[in-house]
Write a protein that binds this ligand. Structure first.
Ligand code: COA
Length: 280
């Protein structure tokens, strides 16, 4: 666990407390609760560094991204609202021109999350707006508390999403719904986000972590090699034609027959025993 003043807190949770060899779920918490966890350049480079570290770490099985909870209300003031991430840090946009912004948004934290080879989950409690909605959409799955709200309000700043939102959101929820979100900048609540497939599960805030970690542990208990193949194969559906994608799947499926984990999984099923993966 990092220090309290770090913008990205990293926590390692065993997939199975009784079998540490199975590996860990890594929970990365974006930690600027006073600014609703807005993504400034410091957070962005911390996310990129984190993703590079995770990719080199063979103990990791699944990655959860979340936002820090607000501090209790100071005397006589209201508490800050709960947020996953309320967007890119707007204070960094003032006076900025295309020359400066282009490199900032070309090889960015959203792409780093998207490119992670293992499964990722966004654990959302509160506002997921603009760049925050894009962090959620860069993850593979989303679990949200029922007080969460999603939106792409960039239009109100004279902007459009810049973290891959127009593309990834359109592929996730369809271009018609994406256009409405991007044109109006209006927020949708967690129930609506669930209805349109933007989030996988909605829970009470106090159950959010347990629900998310149960999902992460379930995923983390599979063969990490097979998970990587599953992720990259499903991604092909977003990048290629149907017939090319089906061919990608056929190749990936066939290749898995040369892995020890396929033999381990099939033997374990037939012996009615739990599989102990080589690629744990
Ligand atoms: N960038 C920088 N700072 C942000 C921010 C962002 N995207 N979102 C919130 N903050 C800051 C606020 O400036 C405020 O800072 P302060 O207390 O130092 O003044 C703090 O976070 C709390 O936000 P506040 O606006 O006071 O909370 P609220 O409950 O009144 O409103 C929101 C919550 C989410 C509706 C509002 O903060 C908002 O609209 N944020 C911007 C969302 C956005 O446009 N995102 C897209 C960016 S590309």
């Amino acid at each position: 666990m990092g220090m309290g003043d770090e913008v990205l807190l990293v926590e390692r949770v065993p997939v199975d407390a009784e079998r540490p060899e199975v590996g860990v779920v890594v929970v990365a918490t974006i930690n600027r609760p006073d600014k609703l966890n807005a993504l400034n350049q410091t957070v962005m480079s911390a996310i990129k560094d984190f993703c590079a570290d995770v990719e080199r770490d063979d103990k990791v099985r699944c990655i959860v991204f979340t936002g820090a909870a607000p501090a209790p209300a100071p005397e006589g003031k209201r508490a800050k609202p709960h947020a996953f991430v309320a967007g890119a840090d707007i204070s960094e946009f003032q006076g900025l021109g295309s020359e400066e912004v282009r490199p900032m948004f070309s090889d960015n934290g959203w792409e780093a999350i998207w490119r992670l080879s293992l499964p990722t989950i966004a654990m959302v409690d509160g506002f997921a707006l603009g760049g925050g909605c894009e962090v959620a959409v860069s993850c593979d799955l989303r679990v949200a508390s029922d007080r969460s709200r999603f939106g792409t309000p960039e239009i109100n700043l004279g902007l459009i999403p810049g973290g891959g939102g127009t593309q990834r959101l359109a592929r996730l929820i369809g271009h018609g719904r994406t256009m409405e979100m991007v044109y109006t900048g209006e927020m949708i609540d967690a129930q609506e986000a669930h209805r349109i497939g933007l989030v996988n599960h909605v829970t009470a805030p106090e159950e959010l972590r347990d629900r998310t970690m149960a999902l992460a542990r379930s995923i983390g208990s599979k063969s990490s090699h097979t998970l990587r193949v599953a992720k990259s194969t499903i991604r092909a559906a977003l990048e290629t034609s149907l017939s090319d994608g089906v061919q990608v799947e056929a190749d990936a499926f066939a290749n898995l027959f040369d892995t020890e984990d396929k033999e381990i999984g099939v033997n374990a099923f037939l012996a009615r025993e739990p599989a102990v993966w080589k690629h744990r």
